[in-house]
Design a protein around this ligand. Structure first.
Ligand SMILES: Nc1ncnc2c1ncn2[C@@H]1O[C@H](COP(=O)(O)OP(=O)(O)O)[C@@H](O)[C@H]1O
Ligand SMILES: [Mg+2]
Length: 335
């Protein structure tokens, strides 16, 4: 469980090692999980009920929602599972699907129900559960929202072997791209009693503008009870070219480090210029899949080189300066 010495700022610093950018979301998540585990500890001490605050992560695909939750669960050392709301909605047996998800959480906790009951469940594509007008799905998104609502509020769910898992203290994080939410928000963008004169602090106004209101989510198609269970909302931003470059080159275990290591094991130094990463990032932006296409693009570049290098022991260094220029091979005279 949460090391009592770990502060939200430390959680953010840890996230920074793995997740590029998304500073607002990191802070909101860090404070939320900190408060969550503090509340559980206090409840156990004083034997009181805790009101749980689950979290909604709104952001375009491939911007780090899953990565953030995964990294968070690692720092907190709690079991973590992800599920896909669309997959749940596509089955006729919604409750079985939800049970299977909680069973996976229990498995992740090596069968320790106490640990599983303090875990994190990330449910992605929650926006696909919007109340739809007669879509040919087995179950309507709304009924899935109701089913999820039950476990998010906290209930005892019967799993295999007649074992029960109490979901009261499980932290649920829902994620989705919510395409179209911006338009809904734009329609209801007014500040009420807050004047909007030139002297107003532009940052404060921008912050208010960026806030997603529960009413925006109803309009989008989430049922009010469901939104009510997600009081904490964090937004992730589109990744800029600079961030995409950093994703490939900075985090521990980033793509560049991984391939440098593979080449090192062949006795070869791999050197890829900044320009190459910028070119790859430009393509990734065109593909509109956030950071998702970075690995594929990088591997496409590296694969032909990695094909020939093991057959050529004299190669000591490979340099790539641009996607548009052939890589340079440096060889020793006799290897
Ligand atoms: N902000 C980020 N920092 C580092 N890597 C990222 C970031 N966003 C996405 N990625 C990488 O892109 C891939 C997809 O990210 P993911 O977290 O699954 O996106 P999402 O859940 O928002 O669709 C992952 O492999 C992840 O490593
Ligand atoms: Mg994801």
């Amino acid at each position: 469980m949460l090391d009592p010495g770990i502060k939200p700022s430390a959680i953010v610093s840890y996230l920074d090692h793995y997740v590029i950018g998304q500073d607002d979301a990191k802070k909101i998540l860090a404070v939320a999980v900190y408060a969550h585990y503090r509340k559980i500890a206090a409840a156990q001490r004083d034997d009181v009920e805790v009101a749980k605050s689950n979290i909604l992560l709104i952001g375009p695909s491939g911007t780090g929602k899953t990565l953030l939750c995964e990294t968070l669960s690692r720092i907190l050392n709690v079991p973590f599972v992800t599920a896909d709301a669309t997959a749940i909605a596509q089955t006729r047996y919604v409750n079985e699907e939800i049970e299977a998800m909680l069973q996976r959480l229990l498995d992740k906790a090596d069968g320790d129900a106490g640990r599983a009951q303090r875990g994190i469940v990330f449910i992605d594509e929650i926006d696909k559960l919007r109340a739809s007008d007669g879509e040919p799905r087995s179950v309507s998104g709304q009924s899935v929202q109701h089913a999820l609502l039950k476990i998010m509020e906290g209930s005892a769910v019967k799993l295999r072997n007649a074992q029960y898992l109490d979901t009261t203290n499980i932290l649920f994080i829902c994620g989705g791209a919510f395409v179209g939410l911006e338009d809904i928000m734009a329609q209801t963008r007014h500040y009420g009693y807050i004047a909007t004169s030139a002297s107003d602090d532009q940052n404060v106004l921008e912050r208010l503008n960026a806030r997603v209101k529960p009413t925006d989510l109803f309009k989008f198609g989430l049922i009010p009870e469901f939104t009510g269970r997600l009081p904490i909302i964090a937004r992730l931003q589109d990744l800029t070219r600079d961030m995409l470059v950093r994703i490939m080159t900075e985090p521990r275990n980033c793509i560049y480090s991984q391939f440098r290591e593979i080449f090192r094991n062949e006795g070869v130094e791999l050197s890829v210029s900044q320009r190459v990463f910028e070119e790859i990032s430009d393509l990734a932006i065109e593909y509109q899949t956030g950071a998702r296409s970075l690995r594929g693009l990088f591997e496409e570049l590296i694969t032909p080189i990695l094909f020939v290098v093991p057959d050529d022991p004299q190669v000591k260094k490979v340099e790539i300066t641009s996607l548009l220029v052939e890589p340079t091979f440096t060889r020793t005279a006799n290897g």
